[in-house]
Ligand binder design. Structure first.
Ligand code: GUN
Length: 298
């Protein structure tokens, strides 16, 4: 079997079109949806991610503010900037780019963002709501994965899903979403991690494998059931033949010989994460301004 390719770029394009339409109607109602990104320090990868987020906003009619803070500044400078954005009625979404410098307590920053403007969906209030089945903002990567599964025609109800990775921003919220009693959930989910015994036995028993563990090409074809759906969240930079290249957490070449459908890297989950930030931002604009936004991502 050679797997169907799940084209994240194409799905993300469709999501962006819907966001642009929503942004237009918000604008017609007098609301200019606005996202503020906050970058502390000058980590090159973070600089790239933030500038992509700014460009993505411009493309769909979302206003973007680009707040920069010196990497050596005291943590209080970051908290003050977040407080100012929380209080600014023209700002609807606030995203503090991670990772943060050592002098900053990540958890405190996550809690500092107004939960109604928390387009990352990382605030404990939003994660709590997600667990209760009453999500306000679903973190962008899990939301993107759910949309890709829907687009691939996967009926998650009763499906055996293995999520490899237990991070707070991907593995745990995704597992919770997939077990939730709704049309994009109802799956039986096993969360695997670095201490999992016999990972291959777990993945081989799965209808769907989501790899979100940050280990280059950890999941290969020998670890998959024939026809399984494979979603690769990993983006790992590795040296191959003296050149730097991007690979996922799945060994794509061997996996596509066995899987029924698979996401590529790049061009799979990555563009979906970016698109879902735009969805959460227009939804935040609706919430903060009290305007109905009927944009469902999944
Ligand atoms: N750094 C890498 N991914 C993310 C993300 O989704 N949100 C934030 N705030 N920082 C990140």
């Amino acid at each position: 079997m050679t797997a169907d390719i799940i084209d994240g770029d194409a799905v993300a394009d469709a999501v962006r079109d819907d966001v642009a339409t929503t942004a237009e109607s918000l604008s017609a109602a007098g609301v200019e949806p606005t996202l503020a990104t906050v970058l502390m320090g000058s980590d090159p990868a973070s600089e790239t991610y933030v500038s992509l987020k700014q460009d993505d906003c411009a493309e769909v009619g979302i206003e973007a503010r680009d707040v920069r803070i010196d990497g050596d500044a005291p943590a209080s400078e970051l908290y003050d900037a977040v407080a100012e954005l929380n209080d600014d009625p023209d700002v609807h979404g606030v995203l503090v780019q991670q990772p943060l410098p050592d002098q900053v307590d990540d958890d405190e920053v996550v809690r500092a963002v107004d939960p109604r403007k928390d387009v990352d969906g990382f605030h404990p209030e939003n994660l709590g709501r997600l667990v209760r089945g009453n999500a306000r903002y679903v973190p962008c990567t899990p939301l993107g994965v759910q949309r890709l599964l829907a687009e691939a025609g996967v009926d998650t109800a009763g499906a055996d899903v293995v999520v490899v990775g237990r991070s707070t921003i991907v593995g745990k919220p995704l597992a919770t979403r997939l077990t939730t009693k709704n049309d994009s959930g109802n799956a039986t989910v096993t969360v695997c991690h670095s201490r999992t015994d016999d990972l291959a036995a777990k993945t081989r028993a799965a209808d769907v494998v989501v790899a979100a563990v940050g280990v280059p090409e950890l999941v290969d074809g020998s670890m998959l059931a024939e026809g399984a759906v494979v979603v690769d969240v990993g983006i790992n930079r590795v040296e191959r033949d003296g050149e730097s290249t991007l690979v996922g957490d799945v060994d794509y070449e061997s996996a596509r010989e066995v899987a029924g459908a698979i996401t590529p890297v790049p061009g799979g989950v990555g563009p979906m994460t970016r698109a879902m930030l735009l969805v959460n931002t227009v939804r935040a604009a609706g919430l903060v301004e009290g305007v109905d936004v009927a944009l469902e991502a999944v």
